[in-house]
Design a protein around this ligand. Structure first.
Ligand code: NAP
Length: 314
C-alpha cells in the first residue's frame, strides 16, 4: 500500500477544507492527510507532500519526501524556505489557470486599449470628449514571460488582433508573436509596446527588473500590467513614472506586501488600478485533476513530474 500523502498549508480551515476535498475526490485510491493527522511513523514513510504556503518546519517534519507538489504556479517562497539539496518541487501547471490568466490579460489590455481610465476620469468631471480610436492592429502588447501563462495570453491577444511581442530568458517562438530574448530584446519590447504585461516568475534575476531605467525605456504614454509578482516592479519608480506622465496607467494584481496595506498610496493613486491578486486563481477541481495525474504517473513509473530548477529559481 502507498504511503499517506501529506497536505501542508497555512490556509485557514475555511480555505483548506475544499482543497482537501477536491484532492481526495480526484485521488480516491490515496490517503491524504494534514500534517497534524499523521502519526510519527506516517511522517517518516511519507514520500509526497501537496503544499500551499507551507511552514518550512512542517516540510522539515517529513524527512523522506521524494518530491513536493505545489498547489500554486508561483513557488518562490516555497523554494526560498527549503534547505539546499531538499526534495524537488513541482509547481502547478494547469491549462485552466493559463486560460484564466489569458482572459485576465485580454480583459485588462482592452481596459487600457479602450481608454477606460481616461473616460472614467472624464465622467467624474462631466466631460464629454471623444478620443481617437485605435484598432487592435495599431496597438502593441509586450509580454514579459512566455511560459505556461504567457504563451496562452499571447494566443488570446493575437486572436483579438493585437500586435504581440514576447520576451523570455531563452529564445522562444509562439504563433503570430515577434519574440525576443536577452537584455537587448527587453529594450526592444519595452520601447515598442503600448502595454507591457509581466508574466515572469520572481527570481534573483527578475526582482527589481522593472526599475526607473527600464520604465523610462517604455514608450511614452504606455501602460503596465503586473500579474506575476510585486517585487518585479520597483514601486516607487513606477509611481514616479506615472506622476510625471511618462506612463499613463498601471494595473497591479500583485504587490510587495499582500494584502496591500490600507496605508499604501497606491489605493488612491488616480493612475493605478489595484486588484487583490485575482488574475488567475487556482481552480480547486482542475488543479486536483492535474495533481492526481502527476501522482498517478509517479506511483506507476517512479518518475517525478517536470520540476522547478532550484538554481534558476523557477
Ligand atoms: P513559467 O511557465 O515558468 O514561465 C515563465 C516565463 O518567464 C518563461 O518564458 C521564462 O523564460 C520567463 N523568464 C523567467 N526568468 C526570466 C528572466 N530572467 N528574463 C526573461 N524571461 C524570464 O511560469 P508561468 O506558469 O507562466 O507563471 C509565471 C508567473 O506568474 C508565476 O511564477 C507566478 O509568479 C505568476 N502567477 C500569478 C498569478 C496571479 O493570480 N497573479 C497566478 C499564477 C501565476 P524561458 O521560457 O526562457 O524559461
Amino acid at each position: 500500500m502507498s504511503s499517506t500523502i501529506a497536505f501542508l498549508s497555512r490556509m485557514s480551515a475555511e480555505y483548506q477544507t475544499p482543497y482537501l476535498a477536491s484532492l481526495r475526490s480526484a485521488l480516491p485510491e490515496e490517503t491524504i492527510q494534514p500534517l497534524h493527522a499523521l502519526t510519527p511513523a506516517q511522517r517518516t514513510e511519507t514520500t509526497i507532500a501537496i503544499v500551499a504556503n507551507p511552514a518550512p518546519e512542517d516540510v522539515a517534519a517529513l524527512p523522506n519526501l521524494a518530491w513536493i507538489q505545489s498547489l500554486w504556479a508561483g513557488v518562490e517562497q516555497l523554494v526560498a524556505g527549503l534547505p539546499a539539496g531538499g526534495p524537488p518541487v513541482v509547481r502547478l501547471v494547469d491549462p485552466e489557470m493559463s486560460r484564466t490568466m489569458a482572459e485576465a490579460v485580454l480583459a485588462w489590455t482592452y481596459y487600457l486599449h479602450r481608454d477606460m481610465p481616461r473616460y472614467t476620469r472624464q465622467q467624474s468631471m462631466r466631460v464629454w470628449r471623444q478620443h481617437a480610436y485605435r484598432k487592435p492592429s495599431q496597438f502593441s502588447v509586450g509580454l514579459l514571460g512566455l511560459g505556461a501563462l504567457g504563451t496562452e495570453a499571447a494566443r488570446a491577444l493575437v486572436n483579438a488582433g493585437f500586435v504581440v511581442r514576447g520576451w523570455s530568458r531563452s529564445p522562444r517562438t509562439a504563433p503570430g508573436v515577434e519574440t525576443f530574448a536577452g537584455e537587448a530584446g527587453l529594450d526592444a519590447v519595452l520601447a515598442s509596446s503600448d502595454v507591457v504585461v509581466s508574466l515572469m516568475p520572481l527570481t534573483a534575476q527578475t526582482a527589481g527588473l522593472l526599475d526607473a531605467k527600464r520604465l523610462h525605456a517604455m514608450k511614452p504614454g504606455a501602460g503596465l500590467i503586473n500579474f506575476s509578482r510585486g517585487p518585479i516592479v520597483v514601486m516607487q519608480d513606477l509611481v514616479a513614472a506615472l506622476d510625471r506622465g511618462h506612463l499613463s496607467h498601471a494595473v497591479l494584481d500583485v504587490f510587495d506586501i499582500e494584502p496591500l496595506p490600507t496605508t499604501s498610496g497606491l489605493w488612491e493613486h488616480p493612475n493605478v488600478t489595484v486588484l487583490p491578486h485575482i488574475s488567475a486563481p487556482t481552480d480547486q477541481q482542475t488543479a486536483a485533476r492535474v495533481i492526481a495525474a502527476n501522482i498517478r504517473e509517479y506511483r506507476l513509473s517512479g518518475r517525478i513530474p517536470g520540476n522547478v530548477d532550484i538554481v534558476r529559481g523557477y
